[in-house]
Design a binder for this molecule. Structure first.
Ligand SMILES: Cc1cc2nc3c(=O)[nH]c(=O)nc-3n(C[C@H](O)[C@H](O)[C@H](O)COP(=O)(O)OP(=O)(O)OC[C@H]3O[C@@H](n4cnc5c(N)ncnc54)[C@H](O)[C@@H]3O)c2cc1C
Length: 326
């Protein structure tokens, strides 16, 4: 078994997902601990720019499969192809992003290989030769430690924004181009992928998120959240209460049955902080809560709290930052 670490570099519209650079920093550290190399695997319709970005961020080799049918993510085709490459090259560890795609791809691939998998982990290290992962469980109230012991390959998805991005190294290289095996075909074909709303910052990748809850009182008041998010270049989030009310789409929901986010700054406006919301955002680096109820549970996880009326504070903060940031 090799000491090679693979990262699966997810792409969208021929651009590498930024979280893939976080995987490269995790992979580099593991490769150093194992005395191996960190290599990237990528599938797409046009992978030249993707491969160049991966080499530039520290990949020592890039295995690339370029084919028209790989432009959009396809569960069965991607999983069949990744399993095939893993069988051929036998990497010790395969890292993926715990995104919607990664959560579909990795368990499927692991099942094809009958390989062990740990999903949605926060950290990965080598201890006495064993691969050890840590992941938050029970709503972040406990940490599960998962050991792969001697099983290989260890398939792992890593939660975005929990590890630093590998920086640009100036590295270059020639990707190893692999033909799509003739027998592999997609049973379902994605012909087009349409963003939910044009130009919106994605919740999973955002450094800053401004979220609104039932405290905003009415759908039209969500524009307060949008205005502040716009000024800060932030993604817009929501509690389930206002998603269920039909005020904003489900794609914005943060929490147990929505998205798990890890931004540098999370601003919760008129959100009480029910446990189901907290599990999706409490690992944010800095949390600011605006709530008129000083006893609201959101303040138990907040780094900074404003006890007050969001209808006064949110526009005032928006105005302040609009002036400061130009
Ligand atoms: C199985 C299950 C899964 C769930 N999954 C999720 C999930 O993924 N995400 C999620 O968010 N919830 C989820 N929930 C729902 C969760 O339990 C809460 O009901 C929900 O988070 C409450 O949303 P909220 O904080 O916006 O509303 P509320 O709890 O009604 O809180 C509104 C807050 O606004 C404050 N407020 C009111 N007016 C103002 C004002 N003018 N200025 C400032 N503050 C004001 C109030 O003091 C209050 O704290 C789930 C529930 C279940 C049972």
């Amino acid at each position: 078994m090799s000491n090679t670490i693979w990262i699966f570099a997810q792409q969208k519209n021929n651009t590498v997902a930024p979280a893939a650079f976080e995987l490269l920093s995790v992979g580099k550290s593991l490769a150093e601990q194992l005395g191996g190399t960190v290599e990237a695997v990528t599938f797409g319709k046009d992978i030249q720019a993707i491969a160049a970005a991966l080499f530039d961020h520290g990949a020592q080799q890039v295995h690339a499969v370029q084919h028209d049918s790989l432009g959009h993510f396809s569960d069965d085709l991607y999983a069949g192809l990744l399993a095939e490459l893993i069988k051929q090259h036998q990497p010790a560890i395969v890292l993926g992003i715990a995104s919607t795609y990664g959560r579909a791809l990795f368990p499927r691939t692991a099942a094809l290989l009958e390989a062990p998998i740990a999903g949605d982990v926060r950290s990965v290290k080598i201890d006495n030769g064993a691969v050890i992962c840590e992941k938050p469980v029970y709503g972040g109230n406990a940490t599960a430690v998962i050991s792969f012991a001697g099983h290989r390959p260890a398939m792992i998805t890593v939660r975005p924004k929990t590890n630093p991005e590998a920086g640009s190294t100036g590295g270059t290289g020639q990707a190893r181009l692999i033909e799509l095996p003739a027998g592999l075909v997609a049973r379902n074909v994605v012909s087009e992928s349409v963003a939910a709303e044009g130009g919106e910052v994605s919740l999973a990748e955002a450094d800053i998120i401004v979220s609104g809850g039932r405290g905003i009182k009415a759908a039209e008041n969500y524009k307060l959240i949008e205005n502040l998010a716009g000024v800060l270049g932030a993604a817009r989030g929501a509690s389930r209460a206002i998603v269920d009310a039909g005020w904003v789409p489900y794609s914005r929901q943060v929490g147990q049955t929505g998205k798990t986010v890890n931004p540098k700054l999370y601003i919760a406006c008129g959100i009480s902080g029910a446990i189901q919301h907290l599990v999706g955002m409490q690992s944010s680096r800095v949390i600011v809560a605006i709530n008129k109820d000083a006893e609201a549970p959101i303040f138990s996880v907040a780094s900074y709290g404003i006890v007050g009326d969001l209808f006064a504070y949110v526009p005032a903060i928006t105005k302040y930052f609009a002036e400061k940031l130009g």
